[in-house]
Design a protein around this ligand. Sequence first.
Ligand SMILES: Nc1ncnc2c1ncn2[C@@H]1O[C@H](COP(=O)(O)OP(=O)(O)OP(=O)(O)O)[C@@H](O)[C@H]1O
Length: 303
Amino acid sequence: MLELSHVHKVYRVGAFGGGRLRAVRDVDLTVEPGQVVSLIGESGSGKSTIGKMVLGLTRADEGRILFEGRDVSRIRGFAARKEYYRHVQGVFQDPFSSFNPIFKADRVFEMIRSSYFPKVSDADWRERVLDAVGTVRLDPGNVLDKYPHQLSGGQLQRLLIARALLLDIRLLVADEIISMLDASTRIDVLNLLVDLKERGLGVLFVTHDLSLGNYVSDRTVILRKGAVAEMGPTRRVFENPLHPYSRHLLSCVPRMDRTWAEVDAERAAHPPPEIDLPTVSEGDFSAPLIEVEEGHFVGIDQG
Ligand SMILES: Nc1ncnc2c1ncn2[C@@H]1O[C@H](COP(=O)(O)OP(=O)(O)OP(=O)(O)O)[C@@H](O)[C@H]1O
């Protein structure tokens, strides 16, 4: 469904744009229908840039991004872009910024209607909205006809997902969608992503939080400095992390059931296997991956 191959993004930075920042380096990844793929990395690792490239909000400098076989960078013109967004939508971190505070929150649905379904009757449209709102586990009586300030962040986030569902959406880019929500609402929105995947949608779930990625995703991609450090089935990556960076990230996640000392002792008793990481020479911006077990890849060590 979605395939990135050898994707690079270099931003111009500094005074007069004279500097270059390689935000994404030689990234390969895929998302299949009915699959949640987590893109995990610390701040600045290039996660959002990948999401933006998939959404056509910024262009890759090298490499290809294919959605259902079509090169996203070649989608030009209003009609073609509109058609793309019928199938690919993004939801972002701050739900409040996606709503205009002076309009009722469900106005976001009207915008979809006027743009994509101008001929649908009022009654039919209402039916579709109620269906989409129900799918995201909201009670229409509680959320429709309300202003954004009368709704919680979790409710607004779910309204945005409902809006996406009104289209014939096949891929959702969910960029840090729960980082502004409290713990109890987070789990509802995470479970909603699982519902979407069961409906056959592909989800690219961008997060800096490993435990969220572990909870929700089928495959995990760990990014470091714009390149893939490790990628594979989530269970394999979490149970058998092979890249030093993945191990480091995982060791930083607090455990509810153990103290630091216990975790340290366990690690010392069972040191992880050493593997040879791929290498590249200075000035080479490729970031090769080695397949260490089926579908489980490790990338270069960037120090
Ligand atoms: N429009 C831009 N112009 C210049 N540099 C940018 C631009 N957007 C992002 N960057 C830089 O590219 C790098 C990757 O940014 P990106 O937002 O993709 O990272 P991220 O992993 O999503 O981080 P965060 O979790 O903090 O959002 C960062 O160093 C960032 O400062």
